[in-house]
Design a binder for this molecule. Structure first.
Ligand SMILES: Cc1ncc(COP(=O)(O)O)c(C=O)c1O
Length: 461
């Protein structure tokens, strides 16, 4: 810390926060006697709190966002310069960084040709849902309007995103939901729902989607929305054979494939996007968190030319365009930050680093599994890893959520911030989550897994 905050200043800040701010995702009763955490400063992989305590951040800002690490002056400068030149104009007009970022990004996404700007992952997903609904109205008399989503996936916090949310604890108490969203089974082989393994399992999990389509009526289903690797639902890497079959099914029934890359987008799994590991060709891709690493709010929806063309095929029809706006989709800070964020990922070789450091993290976690019987399963793709904790390896009974949280709290005590699935899947909030910045070094990875080793030792004896 640079000492900018004197003791009495920061204690005022803590009090101002405690009595005024409604924090995300937290119960506030404990703040009646205790202090909220204020993060004051960050540099690289580390952040400092109000007490000057240093933390190694293994979750990129808590929710897998700060992919290029903290304290990037070049991004701050790019945003500053852009804001002085022109900070905003509605997205009915273009902007210099908006045009240039779209061009650079789409070059990395063969088969996707248009970029729509907005400002949160939820909003980007809503745009995709709206496009699917509008296509249903334009082409199919409104009939092909249903959108399939998967158990355990999460697509955002608005009511329609929750309607597409496969995490029942997260959804609870927010109904009634938007009609026309239909659930398909998850694909986590460790929690197998079919008595086959490997590639057969992947095909079976995808076939389960086809069964839902047939039950609903293929002429009523317009879209399928999936995370490439399920994030908050337990870091679920898909089984072999899954994606090929999913793509086949979408083609067979003329269903648009929408991949939610809000977490995997821009490098997290070691490729620009998670779907690029699996050789599939989505019709729509949404992204947000890692697009500008949290230096400015930005989210995008990329679509194929075929999807775009459906909104301009009859210029004489005054309703024949995407009648949608996002006020802050016109902020120029987002694409200005995103351009510099992308340059950093390229110039510093962060995709390669992600692959190498991700492999090290999985190796370290597997070594911990040899030592700690509570680790039932280790999963990961790039710097996006999870360790599922169980109370019994043979029965795979999930570990009690409170104990999982005790591991997270112990790591926090040690100055290492890790994550865990929480209040998401009833009875299955038992996966530790790791998503350090893509700049992580071997020492950082070892420090993270050493902290987990000690925490597991203390919590489970
Ligand atoms: C996969 C996925 N999609 C969408 C969202 C929603 O993004 P936002 O919080 O920016 O609305 C999230 C947020 O965690 C997410 O994990």
């Amino acid at each position: 810390m640079d000492g900018t905050y004197r003791d009495n200043d920061i204690s005022h800040v803590v009090e101002a926060d405690r009595v005024n701010v409604w924090h995300h995702l937290l119960q506030h009763k404990p703040f009646e006697t205790g202090e909220p955490r204020i993060i004051v400063e960050g540099k690289g992989m580390r952040v400092w709190d109000q007490n000057g305590k240093e933390h190694l951040d293994a979750v990129s800002g808590g929710v897998w966002t700060v992919n290029v690490g903290y304290g990037r002056e070049s991004i701050a400068n790019a945003v500053r310069d852009q804001l002085i030149k022109i900070n905003y104009f509605a997205g009915t007009a273009g902007s210099i960084p908006g045009a240039l970022f779209a061009e650079r990004l789409l070059k990395k996404m063969p088969g996707l040709d248009r970029l729509y700007y907005c400002n949160s992952g939820s909003e980007a997903n809503e745009k995709a849902f709206k496009m699917i609904r509008q296509i249903a109205h334009k082409r199919y008399g409104g009939k092909k309007h249903k959108i399939l989503y998967r158990e355990r996936d999460y697509h955002g916090t608005t009511i329609s995103c929750l309607s597409a949310g496969g995490q029942d604890e997260r959804n609870a108490q927010y109904g009634p939901y938007t009609p026309g969203f239909v659930r398909v089974p998850h694909c986590l082989e460790y929690r197998a729902q079919w008595d086959v393994t490997g590639e057969e399992y992947g095909k079976m999990a995808a076939d389960a989607i086809e069964q839902v389509i047939l039950a609903e009526g293929p002429d009523t289903v317009g879209g399928l929305c999936l995370e490439p690797v399920t994030a908050g639902g337990g870091v679920i890497t898909p089984p072999l054979g899954y994606w090929d079959r999913v793509q086949e099914i979408c083609k067979k029934y003329d269903i648009l494939l929408h991949i939610d890359e809000v977490v995997c987008g821009l490098g997290r799994t070691g490729t620009w996007f998670g779907y690029q590991h699996y050789g599939i060709k989505p019709d729509m891709v949404t992204m947000a968190k890692g697009v500008a690493s949290g230096y400015a709010a930005i989210a995008c929806l990329a679509t194929s030319e075929e999807v775009f063309a459906m909104f301009k095929d009859d210029a004489s029809d005054p309703m024949n365009y995407f009648r949608d706006i996002s006020t802050f989709g016109g902020c120029t800070a987002g694409p200005a930050a995103a351009l510099e964020n992308m340059r950093i990922i390229e110039d510093e070789g962060l995709l390669d680093n992600t692959v190498a450091m991700g492999a090290r993290m999985v190796e370290n976690l597997n070594a911990l599994a040899e030592k700690h019987a509570v680790i039932g399963d280790v999963r990961g793709k790039g710097l996006f890893c999870g360790a599922e904790l169980v109370s019994d390896r043979t029965t795979k009974d999930p570990m009690d959520e409170k104990k999982v949280q005790a591991v997270v709290a112990d790591c926090m005590q040690q100055g290492v911030v890790i994550g865990a699935t929480n209040r998401s899947i009833p009875g299955f909030n038992n996966t530790l989550c790791f998503s350090p910045a893509l700049i992580a070094t071997a020492d950082d990875i070892d420090a993270i897994t050493d902290a987990v080793d000690q925490a597991l030792g203390r919590v489970f004896g």
